[in-house]
Design a protein around this ligand. Sequence first.
Ligand code: ZN
Length: 99
Amino acid sequence: MISRLVRFSKSGLFVGIFRTLVCNLCGEEVFDSNAAKQIEKKLQQIGLWASSKSKVYRIKGNLAVEINKTAARAVGLKKNSKIKLIPDVSQKRIIIEVT
Ligand SMILES: [Zn+2]
């Protein structure tokens, strides 16, 4: 295993520089466990961690979801953006598509 530092980005945003381990045989690159923890923490801080917590509010009988501003900016979502909601009942999720 060779250890080296790599730049890591997610959703087009630079997250940081982290240590990876590269396999001498197949060249596969994996973040070491410490780096993986640092990445998770950083993604949570900037709101791009897949399991970032959010809140649901009631507005005039409908529901509104709070979306972290970093995550919104990463996908070009703004106030009054035109979006499409795609319910995926079997997975219990709703995909928001910025149109
Ligand atoms: Zn390998």
